[in-house]
Design a protein around this ligand. Structure first.
Ligand code: PLP
Length: 353
């Protein structure tokens, strides 16, 4: 077992960070000769691969990210939107010429891992067990074609703040010299290569003291698409006339489950939610109608944006405090993930804690 494996009951709020510690077990399966093996529960330990394993050369790999939260008012642990992750995993697999998992196998794996490592779901507010399913090509071959062998793994990491800075409001760096995705590419699935191609932009954002990249459309660099690992919402107007806007799912952004959750929660509050293109210029306009900006994703929840900087030297401070709608939706999101607000059918799997 590696020394990074964490074996103690974690006390969150003591700097768990994101993805640095791992729970004791891993669930695994292999795909060989056209069929998946059964799931196995294994210790979290290093894996062995051929130096020719195809993923290391051609990057045929996909992943998912979901969280298990301790319920506030019961002893249960709540796994949020696992069924949606299973569906997105299948979509990613199809796009990347990888085999689908048999029905139910993804959910069985997630349920089993949370069950065996349930003691490692942290309980301090703001913490959770982040669950990472991944599938990758491990046939030993340098041939440039889809692999015929794959591994499926699910691991987990007790986490608190997603952002290395620990900030609760984030600064974003809008990129026009790199793009994330173009129509027909892989931007709307969760393949590892999307993130590899984004690392230089992330490093650039960090050099400018920003937490995240704000990606723009590939053709004109005129419209806001999404953040590095989160979808984007803006609030236009304020008070009774406030509207929530998020870019449409037009093929280049990831259909986030937190985005979908926020749309539902906002609808429950009677807010108008529009899915339409958002011009960067409007977001940067200090006297303009955009009054709030927030990012949202499984890893970070609802993260209010403090400042946007662009690689062309423009800057706008959105606000030093989360805006009222952002704060309301962030609280609703925490409530629904912790069992304090009624979920929609299919949103939550309950595990005895
Ligand atoms: C590029 C990108 N956009 C958006 C999201 C948010 O998706 P979700 O809410 O399903 O976590 C993610 C999450 O990992 C992401 O990587």
């Amino acid at each position: 077992m590696t020394e990074r494996t964490q074996t103690r009951q974690t006390q969150a709020g003591t700097g768990l960070g994101f993805g640095a510690l791992f729970s004791k077990h891993v669930i695994s399966a292999r795909y060989v000769a056209g069929a998946w093996s059964g799931l196995e529960v294994r210790d979290f330990e290093d894996l062995r691969f051929s130096p020719a394993a195809m993923v290391m050369h051609y990057g045929q790999a996909i992943f998912e990210g979901l969280k298990a939260f301790r319920a506030t008012d019961s002893d249960e642990v709540l796994i949020f939107r696992a069924a949606d992750c299973a569906r997105r995993f299948d979509r990613s697999a199809a796009r990347m010429a990888m085999p689908p998992l048999p029905a139910g196998m993804f959910l069985d794996a997630v349920r089993t891992l949370v069950g065996v490592d349930v003691a490692e779901v942290p309980s301090v507010p703001g913490s959770s067990l982040y669950i990472r399913p991944v599938m990758f090509a491990d046939e030993p071959s340098l041939a440039v074609r889809p692999s015929t062998e794959f591994s499926f793994l699910v691991l987990a990491s007790p986490v608190d703040s997603f952002f290395a800075s620990g900030r609760t409001m984030i600064d974003a760096y809008a990129q026009s010299s790199h793009i994330r995705a173009a129509l027909g590419g892989t931007g709307d699935v969760k393949c590892s290569g999307n993130y590899a191609g984004a690392m230089a932009a992330k490093a650039d954002a960090q050099r400018h003291d920003c937490d995240e990249v704000l990606w723009l459309d590939a053709r004109e660099h005129h419209y806001v698409e999404e953040f590095g690992a989160m979808n984007c919402f803006v609030v236009r107007g304020s008070g009774e006339r406030a509207e929530l806007i998020t870019p449409p799912l037009a093929g280049t952004i990831l259909p986030g489950h937190t985005r979908a959750t926020v749309i539902t929660l906002a609808g429950r509050r009677g807010l108008t939610v529009l899915q339409e293109p958002i011009e960067l210029g409007q977001v940067l306009d200090d006297g303009g109608p955009v009054s709030e900006v927030f990012a949202c994703g499984t890893a970070a929840g609802v993260a209010p944006v403090h400042r946007i900087l662009t690689d062309t030297g423009r800057e706008r401070i959105i606000g030093d405090q989360p805006g009222p709608l952002t704060a309301q939706l962030a609280a609703d999101y925490v409530a629904v993930t912790h069992g304090q607000l009624e979920p929609e059918p299919d949103w939550i799997i309950r595990i005895p804690g």
